[in-house]
Ligand binder design. Sequence first.
Ligand code: SF4
Length: 400
Amino acid sequence: MAVSQSFKTAGLLKELMAKYYEQGNLAREQGLPVVWVTAVSPVELVYAAGLFPYYPENFGALAAARKVADKISLAAEARGFFSDLCGYARCGLGDAYAKEHPVGKIVPPDLLFSCNTQCGSLQKWFETAARMYRAPYFLLDAPLIEAPTTRLIKNYFVEQLEEAINFFEVATRTPFNFDRLAEVLALANEACRLWNEILDMAALKPAPFGFFDACFHMAPIVTWRGTKEAVMYYRELKKELEDRLDKKIYAVPGERFKIYWDHIPVWPKLRWFSELFAEHGALVAVSQYTHSWAYQFDLDRPLESMAENYSEGFSNRCFEDRINLKTSFMKKYQVDGFVLFSNRSCKPTAFGLYDKRSIISERTGLPGIVFEADMSDLRYFSDEQVRDKFTVFFEQLAAK
Ligand code: SF4
């Protein structure tokens, strides 16, 4: 199976991403403040405030995909940052100290804005960066949700969104434009709708698209959610996939199995994994990771609806909710087995995976595997060990 570089839209994506990075480098010269943001935070406020959002996590993923994350991390580790930290944080911090910049230099922030729905690592990384760059930092705090979201949690979140708006007003010396926010939210709704329709095509048998393709095409939903470019991009991609379906071009020719993959891919091994699965006729069809951007905002109550969408991320939920979310995806996509990635970098998603495997197999009857590696750092990846583990898994699938 070829990963998505063979898609026509891949060229468009490269062009748009190059423009985005160029804009990041030019923003400060043009007097446009750069705001560091996190992947699961209300970037719609940043766009509505007319600021430039920059994603250091995206920088880490890019370095990982280009197989240089470990090299950049060494510069952070030499300054005393522990090698057990999230690989994205090590890359972001390392690049600030490094003499060489194999993926370009990380753009320094004028402001930092994060939400801890995802994890505590981002919060600490951004705190460190705020001190390093002497830039103001706003943290949106999302309490852990152990039951349906309460009114108290929503109010707490909404009040913080109001404070964040004030934070941007002070920085821009301009009153916040709620009409512009409505436009941005409408564009985000449309991009999320298209993105999730595209992801759902992986449920078709055989499917024209799978998780490894989604990992390539997800940059706009993370980075430009709330812009016309993201909507345009997913319209083009959807058209291309419909065309592929007409022409019977499938992600895995001779698809035999569908697989659920938990969370992030191993970025420097994306092609390696896609080829390994394709050799066995297996399509990784779904992951809760790429489904994280499934927001739908109510334009009549923007802040409350942002609070609902952003406080309920899967890594901010209790153990039972996380299992239910995974099994609901497995059911919807009718998978034949599942893979849980124990990601050394990402403690909040790696905890309890061996228990989760037993519970999920018991409830669904599906074979599952847990494997250990790091999403970005090849020092913690062994081709032989991982291949051996997966060989047993594929035998289990074939024997079903
Ligand atoms: S990979 Fe995990 S630890 Fe790192 S920023 Fe993402 S959620 Fe946080």
